[in-house]
Design a protein around this ligand. Structure first.
Ligand SMILES: NC(=O)c1ccc[n+]([C@@H]2O[C@H](COP(=O)([O-])OP(=O)(O)OC[C@H]3O[C@@H](n4cnc5c(N)ncnc54)[C@H](O)[C@@H]3O)[C@@H](O)[C@H]2O)c1
Length: 304
């Protein structure tokens, strides 16, 4: 049984990841300040849950040393891009200083075997093709920049400790327990409230959606297999869908027509038209394929 600390474990991706790891009997500990997460997403005992801000360096070191984990999965961050743009200092401070604090505490652990960092596709520049990990980074916003800083901090951590470190660039996650009003939960919210004319922003951008169940499977396989060095992997579904494609999936699951009204206040000033992962490196390394399609995932969400 591996002792695993998940920072930000009470969030959207963290809770799905923990549910997957629990199937294999791993011993899970969570640090989360519940600013976005929810304690009820987790089925771990209270002694394994620490409500703590990762900006509290002393408290964090004390708790991490008490847990003494074999693996750390560092997910705690502020990641909703509109929120990050509205609160640039607060969000980038949590994403960088918070990461420094986690790594400072981790450096002096005696038994730490592996480190995992949730980075993002937002570190990439605008690209019209499937993006491989070799693509030069060039973030468009403060969120992507703060996560790129996190990647550099991971590199520094690896150089100082030689602890195997995985950096995973997540594309657009979807699934149950979403904590931020991204596109799919926004449509779900409007449709569930009975609306059949829904208001959205720009309709043309395409995104690579991946179900959190498939992400969790990939994270587990990656951590099981990765045992030396530091490396970067894209984690997406490998297929892109426009906003209209997503609405069509809702229509087909509901068996009803949905009309879209463009709300200009939701249209982003700077927008990527494409964001698609090249996931060949990840597939080859862990022999993994996404299992839940967009339509299957939306069907489950509507019944959730
Ligand atoms: N959701 C996506 O599509 C997506 C895409 C790319 C990368 N990511 C990355 O994946 C990770 C998880 O994202 P998510 O979608 O589950 O988001 P989330 O907001 O649901 O989860 C983040 C968790 O971190 C916690 N947290 C925030 N600030 C904290 C602090 N100062 N101290 C302690 N805990 C704190 C929140 O309460 C929350 O539970 C993040 O690092 C995010 O940047 C997510």
């Amino acid at each position: 049984m591996t002792k695993i600390l998940v920072t930000g474990g009470a969030g959207f991706i963290g809770s799905a990841t923990i549910a997957e790891f629990q199937k294999y009997g791993h011993d899970i500990y969570v640090i989360d300040d519940l600013s976005f997460g929810n304690r009820d997403f987790l089925t771990i005992p209270d002694v394994c849950f620490h409500k703590l801000d990762i900006l509290n360096g002393h408290g964090l070191t004390e708790v991490i040393h008490k847990i003494d984990p074999d693996w750390i999965i560092h997910l705690a961050a502020i990641h909703f891009i509109p929120y990050c743009n509205q609160h640039p200092f607060k969000s980038s401070n949590i994403n960088t200083q918070g990461t420094i604090n986690v790594l400072n505490a981790a450096k002096s652990l005696k038994n730490l075997e592996k480190m995992f960092f949730a980075s993002t596709a937002a570190v990439y520049p605008i690209c019209d093709h499937a993006i491989p990990e070799t693509q030069q980074t060039n973030p468009l916003d403060i969120y992507g920049l703060s996560k790129l800083a996190g990647e550099h901090l991971m590199n520094e951590f690896y150089l100082q400790t030689s602890i195997p470190t995985v950096v995973c660039r997540f594309f657009n996650a979807f699934g149950p327990n979403e904590t931020n009003l991204h596109l799919i939960p926004e449509i779900q919210k409007q449709v569930n409230s009975g609306l059949r004319t829904i208001e959205l922003g720009n309709l043309d951008p395409k995104r690579d959606f991946i179900h959190t169940y498939d992400m969790a499977r990939a994270i587990l396989l990656l951590l099981n297999k990765f045992d030396s060095g530091i490396d970067v992997f894209n984690l997406g579904g490998g297929q892109e869908y426009s906003v209209i494609d997503v609405v069509k999936e809702f229509e087909s699951q509901l068996g009803e027509e949905i009309t879209i009204k463009v709300d200009q206040s939701r249209v982003r000033k700077v927008e990527r038209m494409h964001l698609l992962a090249d996931i060949s490196k990840l597939k080859a390394f862990i022999n993994w394929e996404p299992e839940i399609s967009l339509s299957e995932g939306i069907k489950t969400l509507l019944n959730y």
